[in-house]
Design a protein around this ligand. Sequence first.
Ligand code: SF4
Length: 498
Amino acid sequence: MASQSLRLSKSRFLAGLQCHKQLWWRVHEPDAPELVPDAALRNVLNQGNEVGRRAREYVPGGELVDLPFYQFDNKVAQTRDILRREPSPPALYEATFLADDTYAAVDILERGPRGYEVVEVKATNRLKPEHLPDVALQVHVLRRAGLQVERAAVMHLNPECRYPDLSTLFVREDVSAPVEGVLLGLPDELAAQQRMLEGPLPQVPIGDHCTRPHDCPFLERCWPKLPDHHVSSLYRIERKQALQYEADGYATIYELPSDLELSVIHQRQVRAVTAGRMVVEPALAQALAQFGSPLAFLDFETVSLAIPRWDGCRPWQNVPVQFSCHVEAHGRGLLHDECLADGASDPRPALAEALVAACAGARKVVAYYASFERDCIRQLAEAVPRLAKELQRIEKKLVDLLPLVRNHVYHPDFGGSFSIKRTLPALVPGLSYADLRIGEGETATLELMRLMFDEELQPAERAELREALLRYCERDTWAMVKMLAKLRTLVAEQLELF
Ligand code: SF4
């Protein structure tokens, strides 16, 4: 029997399935800094817990094994007591079992006429291959603990569900047959993991498994630091292609042979990196013609909720809740407009009103990666039909700054990325996001959710957070203003040269 600290659990088993070395570190270094959940992971876990609680309402009448998750043995004992009781309830939530030195907690265990059904709740919009070993481990442990398990299901969110009708929030997919297939190899894998954990750190080479199905938290420990302008930094290069270049002896962009067939963007990237300076295509002048004044520069921020809260929204929909807009006003320079949701009520009507007012005088509306802004405007038009026509007019005025940069300019400091966070400081030295409290989109999304839904947020903290979010979004549109000005300067400089 393994010592208690070496016992497996469902999450440990799944980590071991991805990589034995990862599992070894998780078990032997549980306090490793890499294992502290970051804000993004905490958000996923919190929303997952909310989905788990909600799912119980769709399998009613059950009894919750109501102990903290780390009290494994007490949960096992409580589960046993409930199952022995006469009559036992039709379902158990968080029932926990121990067999083969492995714990398994079941989100919903439902009693059927001939045995039990294991129901795993997932806060995803579809069934994924990695859900099967997760369910299989539960079925294995329950059967080894003496329970008659006849069926297994994954209950995931339904992407077709629309608020306020949450009667179809979940889809329950029967996975009994594929799980039985996974079960064939499961006892051997379980035993292999348990043997491995009793030995020293196993040697596992790095590979595709390091990021599949999830990014391993120990990537920085195992993966070597790459030199600047490594071939993997070629814009959107496939991993296989980068590995091939490396195998052919070309580790960095500097070493690539001149007769190599490359895409137009890669050719420009190679030219810029090898010359050590920015490359600007002559066609930029013509491409800039579409940005005719007066311009509005627009950027949205969104939140994404597993369980929708506003009319017409589906699970995990990116819903616009904030925008910033710099507008060229004839004779008055640039004006700035902004709108940010306040509280948990539907922010879209106020956002739509403010957007229509902000863009009223604009001939073109500039965005960076405009398909995102297009989607946000369409959502607003759907949510606020009385403003649909005005919003559609704004949508038709959208022009995209990102392809303008991507197809005409490359600076060695882009590092193979055309995200505004990379292109801005390279094109407009001295302007970046480094001085802001919120400096990137994922943090902004999480902080927006805190601002809108955290009822315990104190007024001073709320005001500070609001201000930080406003300044972040404002920087996105100010960045576009300055970038466009820079691109126009580059064109003017080119014309002077000829
Ligand atoms: S980085 Fe790769 S090899 Fe290293 S522990 Fe993680 S999965 Fe295993």
